[in-house]
Design a protein around this ligand. Sequence first.
Ligand code: AMP
Length: 283
Amino acid sequence: MQIIRDAQALNEAVAGLREGGRTIAFVPTMGALHEGHMALILEARTRADAVVASIFVNPTQFGPNEDLDAYPRREAADAAMLEKEGVAILWAPDAATMYPEGPAATIEASAIGDDLDGAARPGHFDGVATVVARLFDQVKPDFALFGEKDYQQLAVIRQMVRDFELAVEIVGVPTQRDADGLALSSRNAYLSDDERLAARTLPRALGEAAQAIAEGADVAEALDKARARLEGAGFEAIDYIDLRDAQTLVPMTLLDRPARLLAAAKIGRTRLIDNLPVERAQN
Ligand code: AMP
């Protein structure tokens, strides 16, 4: 595996990979890799001839009071994991390489990025769209893989690809979870033992609400119940828990088409997000 930090070197390496019409699948990450990221790498291998991964902790998607400086960084361990799974190139630029002109040209995320995490984290999805567009430009992938764990991010990127008619196919990969149901996340490392125990309530409350709604329960009531359960477990701030159209993410009060139940809540100082599909139960 080549570890590349320089844009010109990346250009040459990507051109080499593409020789003879070989295809590239790309997995962008912020590092501190876990089995959730590795599921994307494994899926990438099935899609294309070569896999390129990136590690870049993108400052423009962090708010002023967020965890940019504290975000876990362990590139050597990450590189070993990627190499073991046959990744051809690890693209690991620094901020000056990614933004040589500073934050000059930015992309504004579509309206899909306005609420939910976009409301809780103003500017977040503009930062995501901007860095992903730059990464696509640098890596020129045929496929790019993103986790359903960050469902709104996946929807924002799919919309950006449609809006700009980018020649890349976006592949969503199901959320990988610990044995107790908690979605794997680099931020789980911030949780104390007690918080880690309480955090299990997030997927459980979501799972119960999703099942109740699928079986015909009143949406508002099911969401209220889930909210109460999270508060009871010690979640201090619930940014949102809401039922949305699975594609457009517009709010839904009735389950009349495929939906997604999404939540974000803080436990201690750690903000967790999760989501589940909701479709009417067949009977
Ligand atoms: P991050 O490093 O957090 O920016 O994540 C990089 C990619 O991995 C994103 O597409 C995430 O959605 C995806 N990802 C993170 N955690 C998981 C997980 N538990 N299951 C599936 N994909 C994940």
